[in-house]
Design a protein around this ligand. Structure first.
Ligand SMILES: NC(=O)C1=CN([C@@H]2O[C@H](COP(=O)(O)OP(=O)(O)OC[C@H]3O[C@@H](n4cnc5c(N)ncnc54)[C@H](O)[C@@H]3O)[C@@H](O)[C@H]2O)C=CC1
Ligand SMILES: O=C(O)C(=O)COP(=O)(O)O
Length: 596
């Protein structure tokens, strides 16, 4: 039998194209990454109930700030794997509902921060110099220079609440304009603030009375909603101007209206509102129309550059998630560093396939169980030095249960993997072996499974799968007791048989008869260790009984040292009938079908 592994054959594209819904204006640059592989439907202006009725057939949803991704939308999205926010703020997405359902939420953490910071500076100068009112009066035929005298921002004090990515950029720009900057952010790094020339204060009370301009750059959270109310505005200088390019609601809108009307402050520059667009006659609408306010319709991120950035960022992540990879900016999943991401990504694919191969080869149709089993993932070589292997843990759970998943057909992912493993009673231990003698691969992953008492079928046996990565390609190097070398991909038929003449011919005939095309064939013989072990036991038995061991002992019990695995990559439907026919010839011990 001559093995011929052709594992790197291209996979034919699936006729089934997963669908992506885009209910908002998202830059075409990123969407172009997706259109070859997926059906991308741009449907702007959907009403909430239209979104709920459409979402069940989509695997991914890409939104900006207008679409409310509520628990009801997520519940209806039975196939959803990812909700991507082409921007920063995810307050329009029910992230906990997504997490509970195993849906990954990703965003673009920094694609639009320059745009948001520049818009803040635009509003800062516009409020200082009455740009909005000046433009309005001139357009209505008036020439009102005397009533439109402004103030300079140079040498004035800017207060920043929230010294994160946008806040810090605003700080640097403001310092460039000659402003003094102080900030309140309980979670900011004092070192970074000092280096940027920003004075950190501990309490709002230390900041509000001394600033000439105030800007907020916090997310909208329960703790930041109504952060500034009447009491706070009353402590500010009557000449102060406030800006909001973060989220409507951080300044209480009623209180802000009152502050402007009562003269507690002199002006405001507002880009965001509690409802967008503001409902007629609401406080938000009155603010937008107020003569002391320069208002923009949530334009912070609306630049060509920012929209290209965020679109590219999130579409690349959607692409990766839909093909089983890891996102780089998941809002509801453990973060991995970019260096780790690059290193781990092929191993994540490998471990997932190893888990799926395990379930389908060792358990599928043999009465075994996954639940209650104990697994060990052993990382050897370079991989043993990676600190955060949580994505690999999750990939194993996903692989193990994906072909037997009872969670409504929804795939397991890095968000809900731990919960699912717990529910199924699967125990996974991870072992890192840094110094491995004689390791031929840069890294080797071993999946070992140990049965627990009281199991059926193969439950008591220890089963092993080894895999490695070469370049970005993944390979299985050991399956059970057999030394292999094949790519775990596509549909595989694994035959456990005695390595005898005529086997390939009979298998080829059966598959040919059923119209199943063979893409590649690989023969795995017993690994050297098992061979040695068998030889040792055989010679012990022989010397005890005084008889030599033949290939076949005449009782139909063939020599176990002559067992092999035939791994066939196939195209076309492999039915139960095909598998039954494959198992019929003499010398075939077992046939399993694995879809990866
Ligand atoms: N108008 C627009 O188009 C845009 C608006 N945004 C908004 O800006 C927000 C901030 O964005 P990034 O700077 O990228 O976020 P970030 O996460 O880098 O920074 C937020 C900062 O707020 C601080 N913070 C949280 N709670 C606080 C509190 N109670 N008091 C003081 N500080 C607090 C955090 O410690 C953090 O440093 C986003 O969440 C989004 O809502 C962002 C981009 C565009
Ligand atoms: O990124 C953010 O948080 C924004 O507020 C930008 O919103 P948008 O994508 O322009 O609807």
């Amino acid at each position: 039998m001559s093995p011929s592994a052709t594992s790197d054959l291209p996979i034919s594209p699936s006729p089934f194209r997963p669908r992506i819904l885009v209910p908002e204006k998202v830059s075409a640059d990123g969407l172009a990454l997706l259109t070859d592989l997926y059906e991308v439907d741009i449907r702007t202006g959907l009403a909430p109930d239209e979104l709920i009725s459409l979402i069940p057939s989509y695997q991914a949803l890409i939104v900006r700030s207008e679409t409310k991704v509520t628990a009801a939308v997520l519940q209806a999205g039975r196939k959803l794997k990812v909700v991507a926010r082409a921007g920063v703020g995810v307050d329009n997405i029910d992230v906990s509902a997504a997490t509970a359902q195993g849906i990954i939420v990703v965003n673009s953490p920094s694609g639009n921060i320059v745009a948001a910071a520049e818009h803040t500076v635009a509003l800062l100068l516009a409020t200082a110099r009455n740009v909005g009112r000046a433009d309005g009066t001139l357009k209505s035929g008036k020439w009102e220079r005397a009533r439109l005298v402004g103030v300079e921002v140079g040498r004035k004090t800017l207060g920043i609440i929230g010294l994160g990515k946008v806040g810090m950029k605003v700080a640097r720009m403001a310092i460039g304009l000659g402003m003094k900057v102080i900030s309140m952010d309980p979670y900011a790094s004092p070192d970074l603030a000092r280096q940027a020339g920003v004075a950190l204060v501990e309490k709002l009370g230390d900041l509000l009375p001394v600033v000439d301009f105030l800007t907020i750059h916090t997310p909208l959270l329960a703790s930041t909603l109504n952060l500034l109310g009447e009491a706070e505005f009353q402590t500010m200088k009557p000449t102060a101007r406030v800006l909001n390019v973060a989220r409507g609601g951080v300044y209480n809108e009623d209180a802000l209206l009152k502050a402007l009307d009562e003269g507690w402050i002199v002006g405001a520059g507002i880009d965001v509102f509690t409802a967008e667009p503001p409902a007629p006659d609401s406080s938000a609408a009155r603010l937008a129309a107020h003569p002391k306010v320069v208002a923009t319709p949530h334009l912070g991120a609306s630049t060509v550059e920012a929209q290209e950035n965020v679109s590219m960022d999130v579409c690349a992540q959607v692409l990766e998630i839909l093909r089983g990879g890891l996102p780089t900016a998941a809002v509801n999943a453990p973060l991995i560093l970019p260096e780790e991401y690059r290193k781990l990504q092929p191993f994540v694919r490998l471990v997932e396939r190893m888990g799926s191969l395990y379930t389908q080869h060792f358990v599928g149709g043999k009465g075994g169980m996954i639940g209650g089993r104990r697994f060990e993932l052993v990382y050897q070589g370079e991989l043993a030095g990676v600190g955060n292997t949580r994505p690999l843990f999750a990939a194993l759970v996903k692989g193990l249960v994906s072909s037997i998943s009872d969670s409504g057909g929804r795939d397991v992912n890095i968000v809900n993997a731990t919960l699912i493993a717990k529910e199924k009673g699967i125990i996974i231990n991870e072992t890192h072996i840094r110094e491995s003698e004689g390791l031929v691969y840069a890294s080797l992953v071993t999946l070992r499974s140990y049965g627990t008492a009281g199991e059926h079928g193969d439950g008591q046996k220890t089963q092993v799968i080894d895999g490695y990565v070469s370049g970005r390609n993944i390979y299985i190097s050991k399956l059970d007791r057999f030394a292999a070398n094949f790519t775990p991909e596509g549909t595989l038929v694994v035959l456990h048989n005695y390595d005898e003449p005529g086997k390939i011919g009979s298998v080829g005939m059966v598959l040919g008869k059923h119209g199943v095309n063979i893409r590649f064939m690989h023969v795995a013989s017993l690994d050297p260790e098992t061979k040695l072990e068998l030889a040792r036991t055989q010679s012990e038995t022989a010397s005890e009984s005084g008889v030599s061991q033949d290939k076949e002992n005449g009782n139909g019990n063939r020599d176990p040292a002559n067992e092999a695995l035939m791994i066939l990559g196939v195209d076309g439907g492999v039915t139960k009938e095909v598998l039954d026919d494959l198992g019929k010839p003499e010398g075939i011990l077992n046939v399993s079908l694995v879809r990866l």
